[in-house]
Design a protein around this ligand. Structure first.
Ligand SMILES: O=C[C@H](O)COP(=O)(O)O
Length: 255
């Protein structure tokens, strides 16, 4: 049985004060929740502070990016081994904001996937189509191509103990979430696509939904059989709203 994961992607938001306040608030809200893994991904500069602030709680830490290199003359970059060294568990890769603003290709993202696996970190691989691709009926083709970049280089076994986040670009930060039925259909496609290579791994891989998840729509999204939690942006910046989403995931997957 899959254990849902709700992860907050803080993106470029935060301060020393906010790290302490938000994590303290979240610790109180989720202290009695079981049945759902919880993670947050603050900006790099606050990861160490956040790790300490969350110490002894069920809140795990993740980073928002990683470099493909492990050391050397790569100014401004952070390696997988460094993230492991400071106690990170998850690393988000392939987020559409990085694909768009930093021109990250499927091939580069597959390389990042490989360095994370090598370092013993859990990749959270974001995939998803743009609005134009959605309207052109290309959702499945786009998701398949993004998954294939990893499948071709590493095989289906790479998805063992890995996370996929389906994030339709048109739903990110827009307030316009995919409907539960729309999201379920794509999640099932993703699982079936991996199952063509390895049914056992497809059955266990966590597939999160991301894109305007909030306290009001989370429960219905999580009621879908192939939606295993969420990658949450805006709503993860408020402890109470994020906790409602965590509780909804724990509740929905109890049955
Ligand atoms: O990584 C998170 C996603 O980009 C979703 O962001 P959002 O919840 O603000 O729409």
């Amino acid at each position: 049985m899959r254990h849902p994961l709700v992860m907050g992607n803080w993106k470029l938001n935060g301060s020393r004060h906010m790290v302490n306040e938000l994590i303290d608030g979240l610790r109180k809200e989720v202290s009695s929740v079981s049945g759902c893994d919880i993670a947050i991904a603050p900006p790099f500069i606050y990861l160490d502070q956040a790790k300490h602030q969350a110490s002894g709680s069920r809140i795990m830490l993740g980073a928002q990016n990683v470099d493909i290199n492990l050391s050397g003359a790569f100014t401004g970059e952070t390696s997988a081994n460094m993230l492991k060294d400071i106690g990170m568990k998850y690393v988000i890769i392939g987020h559409s904001e990085r694909r768009t603003y930093h021109k990250e290709s499927d091939e580069m993202i597959a390389e990042k996937f490989a360095v994370l696996k090598e370092a013993g970190l859990i990749p959270v691989l974001c995939i998803g189509e743009t609005e134009a691709e959605n309207e052109a009926g290309q959702t499945e083709a786009v998701c398949a191509k993004q998954l294939d970049a990893v499948l071709k280089t590493m095989g289906a076994s790479a998805f063992e103990n890995s996370v996929i986040a389906y994030e339709p670009v048109w739903a990110i930060g827009t307030g316009k979430s995919a409907t539960p039925a729309q999201a379920q259909a794509v999640h099932k496609f993703i699982r079936d696509h991996i199952a063509k290579h390895d049914a056992k791994i497809a059955a266990q891989v966590i597939i999160q939904y991301g894109g305007s998840v909030n306290a009001s729509n989370a429960a219905e999204l999580f009621s879908q059989p192939d939606i295993d939690g969420a990658l949450v942006g805006g709503a993860s910046l408020k402890a109470d709203a994020f906790a409602v989403i965590v509780k909804a995931a724990a509740e929905a997957k109890k049955a």
